[in-house]
Design a protein around this ligand. Structure first.
Ligand code: ZN
Length: 388
């Protein structure tokens, strides 16, 4: 049964008019399309995309699987399975059951009832439930610190003690805490022509956290870092390069200080690639066991997002280009190349041409060890005769 559904998922033709995609619109990968360094290899190094969002529907899952098969993504982790008990969660778990080890997922918290004294324990129980359902951990959105408000109207702090039961339980049951704290530094600055993300913020004004009662970028990260330091037995995954790709020195120090901290590269190659190339390369080589490849690809029934918003809805070909730009950065030494999400800044970046062994860790091995080991364990222990 599982094989049948999987086969259906992979081959069912699905046109998505909103995305401008037609079946088989993507030409087969041409040798000449590949970055210089990659072209010399027999086959592209496979990739685990550790950070995607896919609405759990056949059409969106099909779209994502078609993209992945074209760009060499062999496994992926959905960061927005929803809160246990919701329809989104149930459907995401169902797709994970169908796809087996190919797909991992992270559950999300339910902020409802945040003022109730039992909220933290309730959510900690749900984290444990999600792990029993085969999740790899939980993903906490930037809402913590920038959106969730208490009854008194104040924004809940990132290091609020209400979260304690969750941090502790996550450590106890081996749930990875993937965490988005704050946002790009420019989102905390005045939105005017001097803001280097003016183009992006003009299209998504609600992403500005300048003024009002929002804490500053550095304050939010300081609160996060205290939590990570206080919970050495809990593994944290600081997505978007721990939300400080603007300062490699900061992230370097954080990783040195906190062995329980990992980072992913999602939606931040534009920032990462802006630093002097030798510095970036040295950073990736130094922390080669703690960095996970991720893109933040979003696939919904209303279209896709490739790291950020953009003027025209992305097409299937745009998604292929998005992954190609990632490979170009990691695999070649080319200078002045495009970064994957141009709206994040109209500048060019330089490829860092990682050594093969480092590339494999960042593309595959780190995510496999951190995220998919639990998935394998779950599948092994649930492999009943009816699924064989
Ligand atoms: Zn994301």
């Amino acid at each position: 049964m599982r094989q049948v559904i999987l086969a259906l998922l992979v081959v069912t033709p699905l046109g998505c008019s909103r995305c401008g995609q037609r079946e088989q619109a993507a030409p087969p990968r041409q040798e000449s399309d590949r970055p210089a360094a990659a072209a010399s290899r027999a086959a592209p190094v496979p990739i685990i995309d550790s950070h995607v969002h896919i609405t759990p529907l056949p059409e969106t899952m099909n779209m994502a699987l078609q993209i992945f098969s074209q760009v060499g993504v062999t496994k992926f982790a959905v960061k927005s399975a929803g809160a246990p008990g919701t329809l989104r969660y149930k459907e995401t778990v169902r797709f994970a059951e169908i796809l087996g080890e190919k797909m991992a997922f992270f559950a999300n918290l339910d902020w409802d009832g945040i003022d109730d004294p039992g909220w933290g324990e309730r959510e900690a129980d749900r984290v444990e439930q999600a792990m029993r359902d085969g999740a790899s951990g939980i993903k906490i959105f930037k809402a913590l610190g920038l959106g969730v408000r208490l009854k008194n109207g104040k924004l809940m702090r990132v290091d609020d003690p209400r979260m304690e039961p969750i941090w502790q339980r996550a450590g106890k049951v081996g749930a990875i805490v993937a965490w988005h704290v704050a946002d790009p530094v420019a989102f905390f600055k005045p939105v005017d022509k001097n803001n280097e993300r003016y183009e992006e913020l003009s299209m998504a004004p609600e992403w500005s956290f300048y003024g009002k009662d929002f804490p500053g970028h550095d304050e939010l990260l300081a609160q996060r870092d205290r939590v990570v330091e206080r919970h050495p037995k809990t593994t944290f995954l600081g997505i978007h390069l721990a939300n400080y790709p603007e300062s490699l020195d900061y992230v370097d120090r954080l990783l040195d200080r906190c062995p329980n901290m990992y980072v992913d590269t999602s939606a931040r190659l534009g920032e990462i690639g802006r630093h002097p190339v030798e510095k970036v390369r040295a950073f990736f080589i130094k922390h080669q066991d703690r960095i996970l490849f991720g893109t933040d690809l979003i696939v919904t029934p209303n279209g896709m997002q490739l790291g950020s918003t953009q003027e025209n809805p992305p097409t299937f070909e745009d998604a292929l280009r998005f992954y190609k730009d990632h490979r170009h950065f990691f695999e070649t030494a080319d200078r002045n190349i495009d970064h994957p999400t141009p709206i994040q800044g109209r500048w060019k970046i330089n490829g860092i041409h990682l050594p093969g062994a480092v590339l494999r860790k960042i593309y595959v091995e780190n995510a496999d060890r951190l995220i998919f080991a639990h998935r394998r364990e779950y599948l092994r222990s649930h492999a009943g005769p009816e699924k064989k």
